[in-house]
Design a protein around this ligand. Sequence first.
Ligand SMILES: [Zn+2]
Length: 85
Amino acid sequence: MSARYTCVGSVRGCCEIAHKTIATAARCCERDQKACASLPGGNCYSDRQVVRILEDASPKNVYYHGHQLMFAYPLTADQIEELYS
Ligand SMILES: [Zn+2]
């Protein structure tokens, strides 16, 4: 199975979408950032980040147990670099 990505944060939770590329997942995270930033007060932000979903897991499984990411891997340094290049 090819890699799938989702957006998750310990506060905002997961978008529960299986994104096919890091780039589309990153755009989804950005949308959540903007949605948070437009809330009254203006000092709200989204803590969602792109993560890679475990092979046989669903994005609905992905969450933070404290600081521990469940059913997903953080992106590697290479993948993060690719995203911002
Ligand atoms: Zn997403």
